[in-house]
Structure formats: C-alpha cells, structure tokens
Design a protein around this ligand. Structure first.
Ligand code: UD1
Length: 340
C-alpha cells in the first residue's frame, strides 16, 4: 500500500520540490497551502513535472476546524510541515504575526498528528545555531539564543515536536536546513520571492535579469579569507531528497530514537564573493555589484557537518554549486519569458 504524505506549505519553494521527489519515490502526496505567500506557479509546475494533477487543499493551519477536517478527509501517514512565515527582517518588525502564525499552525498539526498517529517532519533551520563557536556545526552543537522572532519560532517548534514525541509516543524528525538555493532542473518550479528578495541568490538572479540595478554585498571586512560571510549553500533538489530519506526512515520504523535531528547541508563553506563569481562564470554574465555595509544580524560563518545524515539517512548532497547556480539562472529566465 502506498503511504500518504501531507505537505503543508506544499505550493512554496521547498514544499514543491519535496512534493516532486516524494511522488517520484512512490509516495502519494496531498498538498495543502493557504497561498498567503505564493501563487499557483509552483503547484502547476509540480503537476507538469509529474504529468498528473495532485490533490490540493487550500487550508490555513491556524484554522483548527479546517486542519481537523483535512486530517479527517485523508489517511495521513506522515506530515511534512513547511507552512510558516520565513522573512527574518519582517519577523523583527511583526513578532506577534510570526509567533501567532508559525506556532499556532504547528500546534494544530501536532494535535492532529497525535490523534491520527501520523509521523511528523519539521522544517527547521541552521539559524538555531546562531553564531557558532565552532564550524562546521554538528547536531549536538549548542543552539544559541535566537536573534529574530523567526529564528525563535524554529527553536520553539523543534521543542514542541521533541516534547510531543516524548509525551505521546509519536515519531518526529527535525531537518535543519542550511541555505537552500537553485531550482528544479526542469525550470518548472523554483523560488518566487515577493517584492525585493532578502536572500542572496534571488537577488543575484534578479540583478542579472535587470529587475534590480545592483547587488549589495553586505560587508567585506568579516574575519574570513575574502572578508565576506561564509555559508553552506545546498541545492534545492538535493535538499528535497533528504526529506524522502527522512520520511522513509520514520515510516519504515528505522529510527534510533523517536525524535531525531539532522543537518541538511553540503559541508562546504562558500563565501558571498565566491558565489557571485561562480554565478558570473557559469552563466557567462557580468553582475553589477558593490560592497555595502554589513547587514545587522548576519553571522560570520556557518556550515554543516553533514556526517550524521550520511550515516543514518543514507543521504548526501551531490550537486555542485555551479550546477545549482545554472538552475537558478534558468528559472529566472523562464520567469522572465512567462511574464512577456
Ligand atoms: C537567512 C536566515 C535563515 C533562513 C534563510 C532562508 C538567519 C540568520 N538567517 O539565512 O535562517 O533559513 O535566510 O530564508 O536567520 N547577502 C548579500 N546581499 C544580499 C543578500 C544576502 O551580501 O542582497 C549575503 C548575506 O549577508 C549572507 C549571505 O549573503 O552573508 C546569505 O544571505 P541570505 O541568502 O539572506 O541567507 P542567510 O542570512 O544566511
């Protein structure tokens, strides 16, 4: 019997890529999204890649009754929870909006997962490590006090899951993503930032296509080899495959502990300047950029030790930064074509 996975936030950037990989691995997927931060582009792209329509439910997980109805309608074996707000700066300006949305929605799905015996995969973030004392970070590296309400919601939701697993005999996994970038090789799904992008790669591609005049590189006086920050940029398709491994681990009863945490990164630090230079070289583009002041809240360097995921999930990142940056550019060009 095929197992069914509910993907909350499944019309978004990460959710859409995960849906494709789950379906291609033989799972049935129900996509649920309130469409508050995306349009139908990625949902349509997912259906085009798979060559069939997928069940889609417009649900806001802050709505208790709607969440209950969804779990009553489908037999959900596992839930992957992406439905959340994710802009760091906005969370500082509107903490209540972030706490209400990100915490309420997760509490509601946890309650239904408990009632219906569904396994839970939570999409966490390397932001929980803050400015680490040592790099690369392992899953046992200390979590640092969050520097934004967004980061705090990731820490709190990890704790919600840990405590529910312990109290109710549930099973759960938190995946801590480093910096997901790129787009599906088909260029049919990708990142669709609203307004001015906060993240580096969408800002690069929008500058290259002419939507933005100039990329600001936030600081070149960090204590790193070239003075710009170091991050672990992980290809979105590689990242999506880690979810398939994690869901399978839960559903096949292969977990060592009922609550597990895995870093999802490459283990490869890349500086902002290196990333910009790679983008230019791979795509044959000269990017307009300048050095700007540091962005408040940025950490100097963080990258993953991905050993645990390799050993326990049997997963590792395989795509090169070059391939990923080519996919990001192909996606931006496709969006420009579609807008004509
Ligand atoms: C941030 C969040 C992370 C979240 C991720 C995806 C924190 C501390 N970080 O990661 O939790 O999961 O976004 O939403 O909460 N940069 C520029 N110019 C730009 C944009 C970025 O130079 O226009 C630099 C930044 O200074 C940073 C690097 O690029 O060094 C990556 O930035 P970004 O893509 O925003 O990701 P993070 O801040 O690492």
């Amino acid at each position: 019997m095929k197992k069914t996975v509910l993907v909350s936030g499944g019309a978004g950037f990460i959710g859409s890529h995960v849906t494709v990989e789950l379906c291609q691995a033989g799972y049935d997927v129900v996509i649920a999204d309130n469409m508050s931060n995306c349009d139908e582009t990625n949902y349509k792209g997912v259906c085009a890649i798979l060559g069939r329509q997928l069940p889609f439910e417009k649900v806001d997980f802050c709505d208790v009754a709607a969440t209950k109805a969804l779990f009553a309608k489908y037999h959900i074996d596992a839930l992957i929870h992406f439905a959340a707000f994710k802009a760091v700066g906005e969370s500082v300006e509107q903490p209540l909006m972030y706490y209400k949305n990100n915490l309420d929605s997760f509490l509601n799905v946890l309650e239904e997962a408990r009632i219906h015996g569904a396994n839970v995969l939570f999409s966490s973030s390397a932001t929980v490590y803050g400015e680490p004392d040592q790099t690369p970070v392992t899953e046992t590296s200390p979590r640092k006090p969050a520097t934004s309400p967004y980061g705090n919601t990731k820490q709190i939701c990890e704790d919600f899951l840990r405590d529910c697993v312990q109290a109710y005999g549930m099973h759960g996994i938190a995946l801590r993503y480093f910096n997901p970038i790129g787009a599906h090789p088909s260029a049919l799904i990708g990142e669709l930032p609203r307004g001015i992008p906060n993240n580096l790669v969408p800002f690069i591609t929008q500058t290259a296509i002419g939507k933005r005049e100039c990329l600001n590189i936030f600081g070149d006086d960090y204590p790193t080899p070239d003075g710009t920050c170091l991050r672990d940029y992980i290809d979105i398709t590689d990242l999506a495959k880690a979810h398939v491994c994690a869901v399978t681990r839960m559903l096949e009863g292969k977990m060592d502990e009922p609550y597990e945490i895995f870093n999802v990164g490459t283990g490869r630090p890349v500086s902002v300047l290196e990333l910009v230079n790679s983008f230019e070289r791979v795509n044959g583009i000269k990017l307009n950029y300048r050095i700007a002041p540091r962005r408040p809240g940025d950490v100097t360097a963080v990258w993953a030790d991905p050993t645990l995921a390799r050993k326990k999930l049997g997963w590792k990142a395989v795509r090169s930064v070059d391939e990923t940056l080519a996919s990001a550019w192909a996606w931006e060009k496709r969006l420009a074509e579609a807008a004509k």
